[in-house]
Ligand binder design. Structure first.
Ligand code: BTN
Length: 251
C-alpha cells in the first residue's frame, strides 16, 4: 500500500509545471501548464493568441487530434502529450519546424538508449513502428505555429491503437520519465530553432530516404523510390516533389 502510494507520487511529480519551468530556464519555453485532462493541448493553444513558448501538457486528452483530421488517443498517464506555441516562424517554414521537432524527439529518445528513425515527414519510429506523432498547425493569420507531439511512453501492446503499427518506449525496453523526456525535447528544439541547423540530422535519421514508398496524395497514389528530402522539407519520389502526404515504406 505504502509502496504503491510512493510509486504514484513518484510518477506524477515528474510532470509538474514548477519542475518543468525550472528545468527549462534559459529557453524560450517559459510558460508551462500541466493539466490532468483537456480536450486537446493543440486546441487550447490554437484558440488563444498566447505568448511565444507557451507549453500545454496533459495527462489525458478527450479529443486528441492527429494529422489529416485523424484522432489521437491514449489512456491517461501513458503518453507524453504536449503542444507549444511558436512565434517568429515564417509560414512557409511550418513543415520544417515539424521536421525539427521530429529530430528533437529523436534525440531525446536516443538518450534512453534506443535508436529512433524517422518516417517522412515527422513520424518517429522504433523498429519500424510509430512511437511519436507530430502535428504542426499554422494560425489562420500566419502569426504563430502550434506544434504538438504525442510520445507513446508506457502503453502496453493492448493499449496502443489497433489501426497503426505503433509501439511505446516501454515495449522497446526503456523506462523513460515523461518530464525528463519533455525537457530534453524542448531543450533540443530551442537550440535547433536558434541555430537553424536540423536538416543534416533529419536526413541522417530519415528511414524514408532510399526506400521504396507509397504516398497517398490528395487524389492520387504515387509509388516509387524516395531519393531525398529537399531543403524546403519536400520529399522527392522518382523525381517528383511531394510537399504533403501519408507515406508507407514498402520494405
Ligand atoms: C499524428 O497524426 O501523427 C500527429 C499526432 C499528434 C498528437 C499530439 S498529442 C498532443 C497534441 N494534442 C493533440 O490533440 N494532438 C497533438
Amino acid at each position: 500500500m505504502l509502496l504503491a502510494y510512493f510509486h504514484v507520487m513518484h510518477m506524477s511529480s515528474d510532470l509538474t509545471a514548477s519542475r518543468l519551468i525550472a528545468a527549462l530556464e534559459g529557453t524560450r519555453f517559459r510558460h508551462v501548464e500541466v493539466h490532468d485532462e483537456v480536450e486537446s493541448t493543440q486546441t487550447i493553444l490554437s484558440k488563444e493568441d498566447g505568448p511565444d513558448g507557451r507549453v500545454v501538457v496533459a495527462d489525458h486528452q478527450t479529443s486528441g487530434r492527429g494529422r489529416a483530421g485523424r484522432q489521437w488517443t491514449s489512456p491517461p498517464g501513458r503518453s507524453l502529450m504536449f503542444s507549444t506555441l511558436l512565434r517568429g516562424i515564417a509560414p512557409e517554414s511550418t513543415p520544417l519546424v515539424c521536421l525539427a521537432a521530429a529530430v528533437a524527439v529523436s534525440r531525446a529518445i536516443a538518450m534512453v538508449d534506443l535508436d529512433p528513425r524517422l518516417k517522412w515527414p515527422n513520424d518517429v519510429l522504433l523498429d519500424g513502428k510509430k512511437v511519436c506523432g507530430i502535428l504542426g498547425e499554422l494560425a489562420p493569420g500566419g502569426e504563430y505555429v502550434v506544434l504538438g507531439a504525442g510520445v507513446n511512453v508506457s502503453q502496453t501492446a493492448e493499449e496502443l491503437p489497433p489501426d497503426v503499427e505503433a509501439t511505446s518506449l516501454r515495449l522497446m525496453g526503456a523506462n523513460a520519465r515523461r518530464g525528463e523526456l519533455l525537457v530534453d525535447i524542448l531543450r533540443n528544439l530551442d537550440g535547433m530553432l536558434a541555430a537553424n541547423d536540423w536538416m543534416g540530422e533529419y536526413r541522417e535519421r530519415c528511414a524514408t530516404i532510399g526506400t521504396p514508398v507509397r504516398v497517398q496524395l490528395q487524389d492520387e497514389i504515387l509509388e516509387g523510390r524516395a531519393t531525398r528530402v529537399r531543403d524546403d522539407g519536400a520529399l522527392v519520389v522518382d523525381g517528383r516533389a511531394v510537399v504533403a502526404g501519408d507515406v508507407v515504406h514498402l520494405r
